[in-house]
Design a protein around this ligand. Structure first.
Ligand code: NAD
Length: 281
């Protein structure tokens, strides 16, 4: 087994990870594969998941990459059928595809600080707001419809959603993304309750601040120096650090294991270096 933070044997389990072409879910898909699982790595970016799967296979792991749009139910159904044919019915679903969009992001933190040419709250693009809510909320609901039926039939399974720190308290500038992730935390509880009698558990991880393609522009200036926002994040984090994508692996492997987390369903686990706990004083 690779150098993972938790040695849990997932041999024989079929794990479907959406957004596996990205930073966080690529690391999660790799960790499941290194733990023995048969992994279906799904992403809109086919090249990224094919590359991830090739690398996993070169390490002796079982992983297939699939092009999949989490907002297209027909395409998800087709991918589901292909995953079942290739690897078997789904045991664990990680709903990782998600993110923000610049069209739903204000330039200014506070209305009274708006400047000439600034994109304010009043300029937010309705289609951008729709995009963010759709991607995060429906992009979790639709893959769950496509893959959780397998779990209902098996009377066991695990769903892991990806929420965020902004689900607890919204972050300035990104109202749609904050609201959409709050919806994910809420939906995690809903699913846990809805599937409670079927043997399926549903939990979420709320990652703290990572540096990724998605938020790089907000955290670093073009010359690589931290923005004022980065400084605020670090000052608001009692451990004064960002979180590394690999630091989500322990929580992921723990929450998806039916022995270790047998009585845990409906929780949102922060992996945030203390951000949610700190009042700033
Ligand atoms: P990322 O941009 O690296 O990865 C997201 C992946 O989702 C990309 O590979 C993208 O191609 C894929 N994707 C986008 N739309 C899709 C669609 N319609 N269908 C299928 N795939 C699609 O982002 P990340 O930082 O790895 O984020 C992963 C998850 O974690 C997201 O839900 C994000 O909102 C959440 N999150 C990220 C952070 C952070 O700081 N990076 C913090 C909290 C939560």
């Amino acid at each position: 087994m690779a150098n993972l933070p938790l040695n849990i044997d997932y041999t024989g389990k079929v794990v479907v990870v959406t957004g596996a072409g990205g930073l966080i879910c690529g690391a999660m898909a790799r960790a499941f594969a290194q733990s023995g699982a048969k992994v279906a790595a799904l992403d809109l970016n086919e090249e990224a998941v094919k590359k991830l799967a090739d690398e996993a296979k070169a390490e002796g792991c079982i992983m297939e990459g699939y092009k999949a749009n989490v907002l297209d139910p027909e395409a998800l159904k087709a991918v589901h059928d292909q995953v079942v044919a290739d690897l078997g019915p789904c045991d664990i679903l990680v709903n990782g595809a998600g993110g923000n969009n610049p069209r739903a992001t204000c330039d200014n933190e506070y209305q009274h600080e708006a400047w000439d040419g600034c994109k304010t709250f009043f300029d937010l693009d309705q289609s951008g707001v729709d995009f963010v809510f759709k991607l995060n909320f429906q992009g979790t609901l639709l893959p769950t419809q496509a893959f959780a039926r397998d779990m209902v039939e098996k009377k066991s399974g695990v769903i892991l959603n990806i929420s965020s720190m902004n689900a607890y308290t919204p972050l300035t500038k990104i109202p749609a993304y904050s609201g959409a992730k709050a919806a994910i935390s809420n939906f995690t509880q809903w699913l846990a309750t809805h599937f409670a009698g079927t043997g399926i558990r549903c939990n979420a991880i709320a990652p703290g601040f990572l540096v990724s393609a998605q938020n790089k522009g907000l955290l670093f200036n073009e010359d690589g120096t931290p923005t004022a926002r980065s400084a605020k994040i670090l000052n608001g984090t009692p451990t004064r650090r960002f979180v590394d994508a690999d630091e989500l692996i322990g929580a992921t492997l723990f929450l998806c294991d039916d022995r270790a987390a047998s009585a845990i369903t409906g929780v949102v686990l922060p992996v945030d270096a203390g951000f949610a706990a700190y009042s700033g004083v």
